[in-house]
Design a protein around this ligand. Structure first.
Ligand SMILES: [Zn+2]
Length: 315
């Protein structure tokens, strides 16, 4: 089925189109309908409107998406699906765009099904680009109890501790954009969260200021963070009841499932934007795994109409 009902040149509706034969696509041997627009004479096909338009390796898309959300490195994915690693690298960017749109729809569908989100957990995940001397902070918000990620940001921060002096010597002074990105994330969250939402965070000093700024009517509870347990990727805590379990468990999952965020890995982020792409694909795969909501197109009949319209898949 086509996702678009308009001529790509003159935006004429389907009424103005006539069938104009078929062609057999080399990639998957599918017969594709061609169309002719009677208004402007433009010829196009059913494939023109698909996100996969002009791709030569459509069949790898679902495996690539799954691989990126399942702790595989780009070379392993390339070997598994039988393409060049550069194809996988290009597909990372392509898939991230789709995943980002799907993640937005997922949150809307979640709110439509479960009502407005009352409690949110918020924290910063630390990683780096290229070297430990160039750290990145990744503030992430998740729904308390459900672990559905609501949004994230990525910003450079200067190295701290014993690396601080070495980092300054090697790479010069590094900007600290952590506050800017946290403010941006909270601003983005005002679109989906109610005014009287409750935030649960650890004792970071910037959180109360930023939350107060964007959610003046929100409740903010602070839980002092505990020592990590050995198996928990540093994220699962050594106490019986962790009030920040949702965010800590999400971070542990992110560390285990996004290859470049593993502890002691040699697959590191080189470009922060690609890390953002990778996290978006992970969130897409992860929200499917949570099995709270199915936003894939072939299960629409089980959803109420208002949700189905939000979850229409574009692939
Ligand atoms: Zn036309």
């Amino acid at each position: 089925m086509d996702v678009n009902d308009q001529c790509p040149r003159c935006a004429a509706t389907r009424r103005s189109w006539v069938r104009d034969g078929f062609y057999t696509r080399l990639d998957d041997a599918k017969r594709i309908q061609r169309w002719l627009c009677k208004q402007c004479g433009k010829k196009f096909s059913s494939a023109t409107f698909k996100p996969t338009y002009r791709q030569k390796k459509r069949r790898i898309n679902s495996t690539v998406r799954f691989g990126f959300g399942s702790n595989m490195c780009q070379r392993d994915i390339a070997e598994l699906v039988g393409v060049n690693v550069k194809t996988v690298a290009a597909r990372l960017i392509w898939q991230a765009k789709l995943s980002r749109a799907k993640n937005q729809r997922y949150i809307k569908a979640f709110i439509a099904k479960h009502g407005s989100i009352k409690r949110v957990q918020f924290d910063d995940l630390l990683t780096f680009e290229h070297t430990n001397c160039k750290p990145l902070t990744v503030p992430i918000a998740v729904i308390d109890g459900h672990r559905v990620p609501l949004g994230f940001g990525i910003a450079p921060i200067p190295a701290s501790g014993r690396l601080a002096a070495i980092a300054r010597k090697r790479y010069g002074k590094r900007a600290d954009h952590s506050r800017i990105i946290r403010e941006a994330l909270l601003k983005q969250l005002t679109q989906v969260l109610p005014e009287d939402v409750t935030f649960k965070t650890d004792g970071h000093t910037h959180y109360p200021v930023a939350i107060k700024h964007h959610f003046p009517k929100a409740t903010h509870t602070v839980h002092i963070s505990e020592r990590g347990s050995v198996v928990g990727q540093g994220e699962l805590k050594k106490i019986r009841f962790d009030p920040l379990f949702s965010i800590n468990h999400s971070f542990a999952t992110i560390r285990a499932k996004i290859n470049r965020l593993n502890r002691r890995t040699w697959c590191t982020t080189k470009v922060p934007d690609r890390l953002a792409d990778h996290i978006d694909i992970f969130i897409d795969v992860f929200s499917d795994r949570l099995k709270l909501l199915d936003v894939t197109v072939w299960r629409h009949r089980n959803l109420p109409d208002n949700i189905a319209s939000l979850t229409a898949d574009v692939t």
